[in-house]
Design a protein around this ligand. Structure first.
Ligand code: AMP
Ligand code: MG
Length: 353
C-alpha cells in the first residue's frame, strides 16, 4: 500500500529536473501514481501501458470504472503507437494546438489497455503544454494516463494544495508546479466520425477549432444525462466539479442576475443561512454576502477560468450553507467551458432572460 504522499517542490530549475526524473524513474516506471501540473489542471498520472498502474488511478480517485481516461503524450511518435486511422483534419489540429488543451479521440490500437478506454474501441489522447508534464512523460519513456487529480465528482485541482486535500495518502507523489495557467480542462473532440464532434468544451474554443477544420458538431450537454439517455462520452453520466455545499447558479442577462442574486442572499440570510458568493467583479460590486470570492471581470474570461475551481473550493471551505454562483460572464471561447462547469457543479440553476 501507499504510505505518505511525497511532495516534490519545484524550487529551482535544477531541482525540478532531478525531482521530475525521480518521479518518472522511481514511481511511474515502477507502476506508481504521480500527480503533476498540466496547463489545464493537475493530472493524476500512471504508466498508460501498465493496467495495474492505471487501476491505482481509478482506486485513488474512486472514479467509476466505465469513465475512460485521457492518455498524455510528449511526442507525435507516441500517438502513432497508440492509435490508427488518424484523419488529415487531426494533423491540422495537432499543428494548430499541440502541445495544448485539445484532446482528440481516435480508434485505438491493441496496446492500449482496456481499463483506460473502459472497453471502448477508441482512446482519448493529448499533448499537454507544460514543461513539467512533458518532461515527466519523456523521462518515464511511456505515455501517461491522467485524469484530473481530484476525488471523483469534486472540482478539479489547480494547485498542489487541492490535490493534497483530496488525495493525500492515496497517491505516491505530487510534483508541485504552482498554480496552473488555464484552470479548466481540455476541449475533447471525437475525430472518428466524418464531422468531428465536440464532446467537452474546454481550454480551446469551438470557433478556434472550426477556423482550422471547418464544421464541428456539438455533442455535449450542460447537464447530466437523463435516465436511459445514451452517452456520447461516458463522463457525461456523472456529477462533476461539485462542492459539498449546496450550490445555486444564477445565469442570464447581467442586470437581472444581480437583482436575482440580491434577492436570494436576503432570503437565505433571513432564514438564518450563511451565503457564499462566487461572482464576477461587476456583480460582486452590488451585493453583500457572508463570504465572497471574486472571479474576475466579466470580460476577462481567461482570468475567470483560472480562478473558477479555486473559488468553488474556497467557498466550500468557508462554512457557508449555500454557494450562489454568478453566471453572467461571457459564454464564447473558453467561456463555454466556464458556463459548462458552473452548470454541472450547481445543484440548481435559475436562468433569467
Ligand atoms: P477527465 O480526464 O476526468 O478530465 O475526463 C476525461 C473525459 O474524456 C471524460 O469526460 C471522458 O468520458 C472522456 N473520454 C475519454 N476517453 C473517451 C473516449 N474514448 N470516448 C469518449 N469520451 C472519452
Ligand atoms: Mg476530471
Amino acid at each position: 500500500m501507499i504510505g505518505k504522499t511525497r511532495i516534490f517542490r519545484i524550487g529551482t530549475e535544477y531541482a525540478s529536473y532531478a525531482d521530475i526524473g525521480r518521479a518518472a524513474g522511481t514511481i511511474i516506471k515502477e507502476g506508481g501514481t504521480v500527480a503533476f501540473p498540466t496547463e489545464t489542471v493537475y493530472g493524476l498520472g500512471a504508466d498508460a501501458l501498465n493496467p495495474d498502474a492505471v487501476g491505482k488511478i481509478f482506486e485513488a480517485k474512486a472514479r467509476p470504472p466505465d469513465n475512460p481516461l485521457i492518455v498524455h503524450i510528449s511526442s507525435t511518435e507516441q500517438l502513432h503507437d497508440l492509435v490508427e486511422d488518424i484523419p488529415a483534419r487531426a494533423f491540422d489540429l495537432m499543428d494548430a494546438f499541440w502541445p495544448g488543451p485539445l484532446t482528440m479521440i481516435f480508434k485505438r490500437k491493441e496496446v492500449v489497455p482496456e481499463i483506460i478506454t473502459a472497453g471502448l474501441d477508441t482512446v482519448a489522447v493529448r499533448m499537454p503544454d507544460n514543461p513539467i508534464a512533458l518532461l515527466l512523460i519523456e523521462e518515464a519513456g511511456t505515455p501517461i494516463a491522467a485524469p484530473s487529480a481530484n476525488r471523483s465528482g469534486m472540482p478539479s485541482p489547480t494547485t498542489t494544495q487541492h490535490v493534497i486535500s483530496d488525495l493525500d495518502g492515496r497517491i505516491d507523489a505530487v510534483i508541485d508546479g504552482g498554480a496552473v495557467k488555464i484552470g479548466v480542462e481540455s476541449t475533447v473532440v471525437d475525430m472518428t466520425s466524418e464531422t468531428p464532434v465536440l464532446l467537452r468544451p474546454g481550454g480551446i474554443g469551438i470557433d478556434e477549432i472550426s477556423d482550422v477544420i471547418g464544421k464541428v458538431a456539438i455533442g455535449y450537454l450542460d447537464r447530466l444525462l437523463e435516465e436511459g439517455e445514451v452517452a456520447r462520452s461516458p463522463g457525461m453520466r456523472y456529477t462533476h466539479y461539485s462542492p459539498k455545499t449546496w450550490m445555486v447558479l444564477v445565469s442570464g442577462n447581467s442586470n437581472s442576475v444581480v437583482d436575482r442574486i440580491s434577492k436570494f442572499v436576503s432570503d437565505y440570510n433571513r432564514q438564518g443561512l450563511r451565503v457564499g458568493l462566487l461572482a464576477t467583479e461587476e456583480t460582486a460590486e452590488h451585493i453583500i454576502a457572508d463570504e465572497i470570492f471574486i472571479l474576475g471581470g466579466r470580460d476577462d474570461i481567461a482570468l475567470i477560468a483560472s480562478n473558477l475551481f479555486a473559488g468553488i473550493r474556497y467557498l466550500d471551505g468557508r462554512n457557508v450553507d449555500v454557494i450562489i454562483a454568478d453566471g453572467s460572464m461571457r459564454a464564447d471561447g473558453i467561456g463555454a467551458a466556464v458556463q459548462n462547469r458552473l452548470k454541472k457543479a450547481a445543484d440548481e440553476e435559475f436562468a433569467n432572460r
